[in-house]
Design a protein around this ligand. Structure first.
Ligand code: DAH
Length: 357
């Protein structure tokens, strides 16, 4: 019995894990285990022998069972200790040792525009980037023969052989969102529509995909004066320059009458462009009073409603505000460029909190 005790207590002490323990339990005190077999032999003993051996075997069985239970607890403690050691973490370390990733200037300026116009009561509208030529052209008073169609270097989508419907286009401007918004919500309305637009053009200031923000305000008596105030308010807030001067030049767009191109005051010194000072002018957007035909096309009665619209290049004003010389670099995904011109991910532009940190 002493041999059995020594053998099993030593083996239990050495057991490496729970499955080794279970094997030992079966070998010692399982139904056919060594201790159990010994207990069966009790029947063959004399009553005197049994009186000694019986309690001793029972004691041995208890001893082995409690050694097994104690070892099981010890193994579990050890496993937990190891896990705690391996998964240790210094919660006092800074969350982000260095800035990783940044907000692209286009996203930044998009958010800045949204914040400024939201303050003036404009909400954000959206439309599809792949649109029909009716929304992109016809509804905006640009009929099929109109030179503006050719000038816009439109990307036409391929149609299947034998499908004679007019092709879809990649929208060449955000102006179709005017139509879609009025069609759905009618008048009055006050929206901006920031988004991607596409034209087949590529040089230092043109990329085949770029960004515009459209503005539209329709009501009973909205005038060019309201347009001028809204735009001056916008440019002052955007360039963070009090009382920035604008110049309205008579122009022509099929979807507005009258139409104006808008310039902002600037100076060029030693090749350095400065916004809001000097006697130079820089064109930044197109605008005007929405053409009656455009209102009609969108289901809004021009005898009852009128308003202004404008369209502005987001990338262009980003280049001007942040002094970025080449538009093509915007879309190169060059990490060095992104780190240099990018913005902190947690600095959300607001008018009260500051637009650009
Ligand atoms: N859609 C014009 C373009 O992409 C820009 C524009 C001009 C938009 C005048 C307007 C507007 O809403 O009134 O060149």
């Amino acid at each position: 019995m002493d041999d059995l005790r020594n053998k099993y207590l030593a083996a239990i002490a050495d057991a490496a894990d729970e499955s080794a323990l279970e094997t030992l339990r079966v070998q010692a005190v399982g139904k056919k285990g060594e201790v159990s077999l010994k207990m069966r032999e009790l029947g063959k003993m004399t009553p005197e022998e049994r009186q000694v051996a019986g309690p001793a075997l029972n004691a041995l069985k208890d001893e082995i069972n409690s050694a097994l239970a104690a070892k099981k607890v010890a193994l579990a403690d050890k496993a937990l200790d190891e896990r705690l050691r391996a998964e240790w973490l210094d919660v006092t370390l800074p969350v982000r040792p260095q800035r990783r990733g940044s907000i692209h200037p286009v996203s930044q300026v998009w958010e800045e525009c949204t914040a400024i116009f939201a303050e003036m009561g404009f909400s954000v509208a959206e439309g599809p980037q792949i649109d029909t030529d009716w929304y992109n052209f016809d509804a905006l008073n640009i009929p099929g023969h109109h030179p503006a169609r050719a000038e816009m270097d439109t990307f036409y989508m391929h149609r299947a052989e034998g499908d004679n419907r007019p092709p879809h286009v990649l929208r060449t401007h955000t102006s179709p969102v005017q139509i879609r918004h009025m069609e759905k919500h009618g008048a009055p309305c006050r929206i901006i529509a920031p988004g991607r637009v596409y034209r087949a053009d590529y040089d230092q200031t043109h990329t085949p995909m770029f960004h515009q923000v459209e503005g539209l305000a329709i009501d009973k008596d909205i005038s060019m004066a309201n347009l001028k105030w809204v735009l001056e308010e916008f440019f002052s807030a955007f360039f963070e320059i009090e009382g920035i001067k604008t110049r309205f030049r008579a122009s022509h767009f099929p979807f507005t009458e009258p139409s104006a191109e808008v310039d902002i005051q600037c100076s060029w010194e030693d090749g350095q462009l400065k916004i809001g000072q000097g006697d130079g002018w820089l064109e930044v957007l197109g605008s005007g009073m929405v053409h009656p035909k455009v209102l009609s096309a969108a289901g809004v009665d021009p005898a009852e409603w009128q308003g202004f619209a404008f369209g502005m290049g987001i990338d262009r004003i980003a280049m001007l505000k942040y002094g970025i010389p080449d538009l093509r670099a915007f879309f190169d995904s060059d990490l060095r460029w992104l780190r240099h011109y990018g913005f902190g991910a947690l600095e959300v532009p607001t008018l009260h909190g500051g637009l650009s940190g």
